[in-house]
Design a binder for this molecule. Sequence first.
Ligand code: GCV
Length: 701
Amino acid sequence: MSNGYELWLNYQKVTDDALLNQYRSSLQTVYLEGESDTHLAIKKELQMGLGGLLDTEVVFQKYNGLGNTLIVSKYKDLPQDFKTIVTAEGLTEEGYIIKTAQLNGKSHVVVSSKEDVGLLYGTFHFLRLLQTHSSLANIDIMEMPKVNIRVLNHWDNLDRSVERGYAGFSIWNWHTLPNYIDQRYIDYARANASVGINGTVVTNVNANALILTPHYLEKVKALAEVFRPYGIKVYLTARFSAPIEIGGLETADPLDAGVIQWWKDKTKEIYTMIPDFGGFLVKANSEGQPGPQNYGRSHLDGANLLADALEPYDGVVMWRAFVYSEHDPTDRAKQAYSEFLPEDGKFKDNVILQVKNGAIDFQPREPFHPMFGAMPNTPLMMEFQITKEYLGFATHLAFLPKLFEETLKSDTYRKGKGATVAKVIDGSLDNKKLSGMAGVSNVGTDINWTGHPFGQADWYGFGRLAWDPYLSAEDIADEWLRLTFSNDDKFVEPVKKMMIESREAVVNYMNPLGLHHIFDTGHHYGPGPWVGNLSRPEWNPVYYHKADTEGIGFDRTKTGSNALSQYAPEVEEMFTNLETCPEEYLLWFHHLPWDYTLKNGRTLWEGMGLKYQEGVDQVRDMIKIWKAMEPYVDEFRHHQVSMLLNIQLKEAIWWKDACMLYFQTFSKMDFPKEMEAPEHTLEYYKSLKFPYAPGIRPRWD
Ligand code: GCV
């Protein structure tokens, strides 16, 4: 039985006997030299990994002169000229080589790198090869991350609540830190390092300045010490008004000499305690957070202020582009672009703008953010949401790497065809020095970390894509299933198919055909397309679907908000033209009549009903597939996932019924005959209230 705590690092004994014997005979001795903390972590991981996978005692031999090379061999004596086996030439700092090397007619597996951390990454990869039952005969791997900054963003508050967290409380126990080091901190670091995540922002972007006080910095330092051997840097969110709140100043104006000095001093204090501190992540002038605009200054002034303070220590500022103003009546989707575009090329070298994958807010499906195609002179990093604020919390199975892949593969056409978002964020399109990918974490104190056992796959997949944004979601699903559950193809193939389809299922039963942000208010749990009474127009679902008796959808073409003009002409044309606009984005960009004819010949109204129904049916299929998997999965996790899938089905039906009943008040048309009739009345769905739905903060109404 597995409670899921070990994640994808469970190192179960190899089940194939022939392979097990082969592994056992060729992997008897591990030769290692180093004694740095990272080398010790490597040794521990190999002891655990090989011990578990091979269920046998593996001998570790210290061998001088190996540096950042480790050799796993069947031979008790290592040939003296081992140095010729591999060279780390051409590798970047975090890169590694894994090779089956022949020497004096003898075969060894060699992992080699330039720096300690590369060897750690190589070790995890080597273990992954064994976990996925790969042959050792001809390994020839060279890996280097394509993206520099690969970070998790924790929206964790100091009281241990987690904004948009659905897997328990924050894993950071601020009260017992710095003296009590929870084993979770170490396992968290191992899990992240195993997929190449090299940074963590431990505090919420809706920030609390207290984290920058000495009392808390001591605690952050303790975490940084746990993470350091695993190549993970700590970052903090910087509340822009901190100079006032904890510094006793009267202003936080970024051009004020006292404020400039305060940030310099604070940054120095942090680096004295944490020499490899990563830098600051900032949400400013967004959803009530303070920022430079409070003083009539710009985002540029704010970001450069912090960049100056961090520059002597090689720290970076990750400045969020998620901004929209309650005083700006223009389409919310246009605001970030309008705000940041004029500043392109003016940020200091150690500033990177952190841009959400889409221009609204982590919807089940969004077109890529237009900023990715428009800022050649500013490094842009991707912000994905791993936690499922808008994809069913931790009770729905929706494999997010599929969503991430879709955005990364999108073509911005900034330099003609092939200028994908992946190329923008790995910096290759414009030869950027800084590049990054952030994922809003879905981790909490639940035993299995992520609530839903399949939520682990989203964390895993985020890390793998941050390392290499060109990986396919399908390969990631395959890998994760083998590591986490079983290598049996009779299990892997159907469940992989289920994972790959799962995200589309959620889109279908929540937001089909380009609908978006029709979630119930504040907590975003369940449907609320009827909500229209909130103080800020763009917090209301009615703002996004614009349903009326004529039709439905947000016109973002030239006849509407013209948000499409923010894309390259090829993209603008493709989305504008109804012939070429993919139907999954239809209502994102167009307001269309209810009887508009879809490509399948059905009316838009009928098409909506069919999509909602398809989503429900897809969940039914998922339940069927999972049921058949009973022989391959331990009872505990099988039962857990079964219960969750049943919740998902109930909620999928809820979404279908509530949305279709509500939209019917405008369309005044009958439901398509293939759609199952709603279970309740619209009034019933409207009456549902969830004041204690998880993940909300008091700020939200
Ligand atoms: C951290 C959305 C979420 C907020 C979140 C915000 C952001 O609005 O609902 O909880 O705040 O995005 O990304 O800053």
